[in-house]
Design a protein around this ligand. Structure first.
Ligand code: AMP
Length: 122
């Protein structure tokens, strides 16, 4: 398995070396606006710990970290008002998943009807 890269973009955001438009932070998670939004609301929620992807996280994170991050995702969505109209959570994993930044992140999309889950090829 790949080794966590301390110089990945989200590690730099966590260290405050790159700015972000923060919407939420607690001991487990940081949430901020995606720089290239794919929906009217597009937030990224990331763990504070060093995890490459959901695959890495689901193997190595403690139960406390997992609970903390999952609660943070729901809290963020409620705080920005996505809970009532609804929203989508997505996490890309690895090459086929289209993951670009090698630090686990959950995308939260909302603000309009989001349509089919995946782009249709036919
Ligand atoms: P993924 O393709 O799942 O790895 O998603 C990476 C996401 O990070 C993309 O949606 C990018 O638009 C977003 N992104 C890249 N650079 C930044 C940044 N500096 N601040 C916020 N979001 C970013």
């Amino acid at each position: 398995m790949a080794v966590y890269d301390d110089n990945n973009l989200f590690a730099k955001i966590l260290r405050g070396e790159i700015p972000c438009k923060k919407v939420y932070e607690d001991q487990y998670a940081l949430a901020f606006h995606d720089i290239n939004p794919q929906a009217p609301t597009h937030i990224l929620v990331i763990p504070k710990g060093k995890y490459l992807s959901y695959d890495d996280y689901s193997q190595k994170a403690s139960a406390e970290e997992i609970a903390g991050l999952m609660r943070a995702v729901g809290t963020v969505a409620r705080e920005i008002g996505l809970d009532a109209p609804g929203y989508r959570i997505l996490s890309n994993i690895g090459t086929d998943g289209g993951q670009e930044v090698p630090h686990l992140h959950f995308h939260l999309f909302g603000g309009r009807r989001l349509g089919p889950m995946l782009k249709r090829d036919n």
